[in-house]
Ligand binder design. Structure first.
Ligand SMILES: *Cc1c(COP(=O)(O)O)cnc(C)c1O
Length: 456
């Protein structure tokens, strides 16, 4: 058989599987084998060692296959999991919300991607909606496909805005996560992620998070040495840093400092935006308006990859003269815009930010109740809305608990910058009974971890 014939047969088989609503046991076995082999030989075998869902001897591998209702998914063998990872926070309106799915299908049936030359209507409509939805004078939107792209755009925007006065210093926070492309990685704070790729973008400094005095001193020092700060970039609540909530007045003090020193304030709400923390945007809790707001993750309604960088006219107008200074082929494509518009429609219609607040409180209380008597293992449980972090005394216990959750049908995961902390970040549509199951599982798993394994 020719090489092309073989490839054609293989792809036909996969397309056939995708088209089926159900799979047989034999097909499940084939999918599992192909997945594990493909990861080992062609994706990155490192994932197999790392993923808790794959046993060491490859006897059992958890391969996902489909969603199950808004808050769960099912693996290839039919085992159901409550999704408390929420794809790192992409499923705010739930998995496959029918209205978002329908919007994307409708758009796909008419036109999938844009001509790149004519004016694409959904981009204009989504940008207008964002201007109304976001706080303060945020007015113009640039669209990308991922969180890191929204950060790249924000950094470039701050640079071009400050080009006239030669500012190119940025301040970010310790434990920050802004993405992994070279620009955003410059703001990201984890040494392990950054070190192999140094030097990164010139001019980045990091200050301890939630320490206004350090920020003031750094800002002032930059001025004294002639390297005035172009922008401060910050997550209002740090997600990957381990769900770190700032003190009540910190962000307004940051805003004030930025104003005093003529620096722009960039809020990275890639994870905290779209209702996650109990308000549409986390900045709304603190009444602070940034000059640039970055959105991603849940922005595409859990259906399409989509991100946005929203800025004030004062700042964004730096791009008016030549709109081609920063572009991307797929950013703001009609499918992504349809998904984002439907997402916003659903968030409002189902009052999901408020639901995040009430269910978040319920879940937080339940988890705190469950940890009673386990203070030797759990340091703290904290959160706002449905962005909740459980901090353990060490990485090992955190890992054991997340494995225990997983074995009991609840998916959770660590945070990227802070391994001691796992996150509870379910769809905002999560039901009370599902919260209860998560909390009961937590109590049970906590009483089981750390016990010496009995020899047989
Ligand atoms: C996930 C995340 C990013 C990066 O988004 P990607 O889509 O993974 O590039 C940036 N900032 C924050 C706060 C995030 O949580």
């Amino acid at each position: 058989m020719s090489k092309y014939q073989q490839i054609h047969d293989y792809t036909s088989k996969v397309l056939d599987l995708i088209s089926q609503s159900d799979i047989t046991e034999e097909e499940a076995q084939w999918i599992t084998t192909e997945t594990v082999n493909g990861f080992r030989d062609h994706v990155n075998s490192g994932f197999l060692d790392y993923r808790k869902s794959v046993t060491k001897d490859m006897q059992y591998a958890s391969v996902e296959w489909k969603d199950s209702g808004p808050n769960c998914f099912v693996d290839v063998n039919g085992k159901e999991y409550i999704d408390c990872l929420g794809g790192f926070g992409i499923y705010n309106v739930g998995h496959r919300h029918p209205k978002v799915v329908q919007a994307v299908k409708n758009q796909m049936d008419r036109q999938a991607l844009h001509s790149q030359d004519l004016l694409d209507p959904l981009r204009a409509m989504l940008a207008k909606v964002l201007a109304d939805l976001t706080p303060g004078a945020l007015k113009y939107a640039y669209f990308g496909n991922s969180g890191t792209e929204s950060i790249e755009a924000a950094l470039k925007l701050a640079k071009i805005y400050h080009q006239k006065n030669g500012r190119n210093t940025f301040i970010a926070a310790t434990r920050a996560f802004h993405g992994k492309s070279l620009g955003s990685l410059s703001g990201t704070a984890k040494g392990e992620f950054r070190k192999p790729f140094l030097p990164l973008v010139h001019g980045f400094r990091h200050v301890p998070h939630n320490d206004i005095d350090m920020l003031y001193k750094t800002m002032h020092t930059c001025r004294m040495v002639g390297e005035d700060v172009a922008a401060v970039i910050m997550e209002p609540i740090q997600g990957e840093g381990g769900v770190i909530i700032p003190s009540d007045d910190y962000l307004s003090q940051v805003r004030q400092l930025c104003d005093d020193y003529g620096a722009l304030l960039i809020f990275d709400e890639v994870q905290t935006g779209m209702g996650r923390t109990g308000k549409m945007f986390c900045a709304d809790h603190y009444g602070v308006v940034p000059d640039i707001l970055c959105l991603g993750k849940a922005f595409g309604g859990g259906i399409m990859p989509a991100s946005a960088t929203v800025a004030t006219e004062e700042v964004f107008s730096s791009w008016f003269e030549n709109p081609f200074l920063h572009t991307t082929t797929f950013g703001g494509n009609p499918l992504a815009c349809a998904a984002a518009l439907a997402n916003i429609n659903v968030l409002i219609e189902e009052e999901l930010p408020a639901r995040a607040e009430s269910m978040g409180e319920y879940m937080l209380k339940g988890l705190q109740e469950a940890m009673k008597g386990h203070e030797d293992k759990v340091l703290e449980i904290r959160g706002k809305g449905l962005l909740i972090g459980i901090e353990f005394v060490n990485d090992e216990i955190g890992f054991e608990v997340s494995k225990g959750f997983f074995d009991n049908g609840v998916l959770v995961a660590g945070t990227l910058i802070n391994a001691k902390t796992i996150r509870i970040e379910p769809p905002l549509t999560i039901e009370k009974e599902q919260c209860d199951k998560v909390c009961h599982t937590f109590a049970r798993v906590l009483s089981e971890v750390g016990k010496p394994v009995t020899a047989n």
